[in-house]
Design a protein around this ligand. Structure first.
Ligand code: ZN
Length: 185
């Protein structure tokens, strides 16, 4: 599908050769339409060797148990988005510890999914009743016989076997960088 108007200023776009590739580019400002992307974030939260799962009440994946998650917002830091999603979907307070896994899905809308390990802070699991209709902490043994989405199984395997690996939030970067959320190995 061809985009016709600039997402920054609303002027008409034109075909333009940008470093050898024809792209849709704005006739009035510097905007270039690089592609269609979406970014998802997910949470893996353990409490007493049990992982927080929610049961999807909506398509896609209705009836499947998954880890809590959602899509990022334009002007919200990803760590804040996942903290909010976990609270909204499952009623649990948790804070980001590290990035433990990433999924790349190149397709019509190219999706990247970032999975965080989060530390449980408080709250008992309570489903929001809209996006999810059940929520709870479950052992890997219990999860083995539950209707868990395959990708969630992969994430749980990654989280349970991450050891000390992963990208940790860098709160005091060695090089001062204002306005960035930084994660590093
Ligand atoms: Zn423009």
């Amino acid at each position: 599908m061809e985009v016709k108007f600039c997402m920054s200023c609303g002027a008409a776009l034109e075909d333009r050769d940008v470093d050898g590739t024809i792209r849709r580019a704005c006739t009035k400002c510097s905007f270039v339409h690089w592609g269609n992307y979406s970014i998802g974030v997910g949470a893996l939260i353990a409490r007493d060797h049990r992982y927080l799962l929610v049961r999807r009440a909506q398509e896609p994946g209705k009836g499947y148990w998954t880890n809590p998650g959602g899509y990022i917002e334009q002007l919200e830091a990803i760590g804040e988005t996942i903290r909010r999603e976990v609270k909204e979907e499952a009623g649990v307070d948790a804070v980001v510890r590290r990035v433990v896994a990433l999924r790349d899905q190149p397709r019509a809308i190219h999706n990247v999914y970032i999975a965080f390990e989060m530390e449980y802070v408080g709250g008992e699991p309570k489903p929001d009743g809209t996006e999810v209709d059940a929520a709870g902490f479950y052992t890997l043994e219990e999860i083995a016989s539950m209707n868990v989405a395959p990708f969630t199984r992969w994430l749980l395997h990654a989280a349970a076997n991450a050891g000390s690996h992963g990208l940790h939030a860098d709160e005091e970067p060695a090089v001062p960088l204002a306005g960035y959320g930084l994660f590093r190995a």
